[in-house]
Ligand binder design. Structure first.
Ligand SMILES: [Zn+2]
Length: 223
């Protein structure tokens, strides 16, 4: 612990947001610190180490939270990722009339299912290419699960929604085909939430059919 650090003692159990806000830019100053312009992140960008390291140094700009006494360290590891899951679900503005599709049932997708379930949607559908993950998705609260490699997702979702398409689609796979799928099966005026980070370029033709949908497009970065 640095000699000028106040308010903490050695042995305190703490976690930090992944972003390390600069505290000086326009976004930090107007309260949107997670959109910080330099966007330094623990273990993600080149300025601040972290991730798989045995020890991580939290610089003074870190946004630190204390781990409650009754929370194990294994649970505490999920606080930051699940915080991201919650944020993605919040951006979908889910109501109890919505058919919600979450594409991707990895760790963060499972966090999204948990939180989306608490919003009491009309129907919570989860998609994943791995059946094992879909089983997990059901455990976490999905009403219906589909494997896109085994069925026609557009047909399934249209059948569930009187041909309109889903109200909310949360993209959490990191694969371009999931973006195309989401833009195809989300209804007019629906909410498409982009969450993933992609390793390759996404190409999608904004045809007249898609243009007519007038999405409430919501995009967020990985932070
Ligand atoms: Zn900043």
């Amino acid at each position: 612990m640095g000699e000028n650090v106040e308010g903490y003692e050695l042995g305190d159990r703490i976690i930090a947001d992944q972003i390390v806000p600069c505290g000086k830019c326009k976004f930090c100053k107007d309260g949107h610190y997670w959109m910080c312009q330099p966007h330094d992140m623990l273990g993600f960008m080149s300025y601040t180490n972290g991730g798989m390291a045995e020890y991580v140094r939290y610089p003074k700009n870190c946004v630190i939270s204390r781990v409650p006494e009754d929370m194990t360290l294994e649970q505490a590891l999920l606080v930051e990722p699940y915080g991201c899951s919650k944020h993605a679900v919040d951006r979908g503005n889910i109501t109890n009339e919505d058919v919600v599709v979450i594409s991707g049932a990895g760790t963060l997708g499972l966090g999204m299912i948990t939180y989306a379930r608490m919003k009491n949607p009309k129907l919570l559908v989860v998609l994943d290419m791995q059946d094992k993950r879909l089983e997990k998705a059901k455990e976490f609260g999905a009403d219906l699960v589909f494997n896109p490699s085994k069925c026609d997702i557009e047909k399934e979702i249209k059948a569930l929604t009187d041909d309109y398409g889903c109200d909310v689609y949360i993209e959490a796979t990191g694969h371009p085909s999931s973006v195309v799928q989401g833009l195809t099966i989300t209804r007019k005026l629906g909410r498409f939430v982009e969450f993933s980070v992609f390793g390759s370029k996404i190409t999608y033709r904004l045809s007249q059919k898609v243009w007519k949908k007038c999405f409430v497009g919501v995009f967020r970065t990985a932070g």
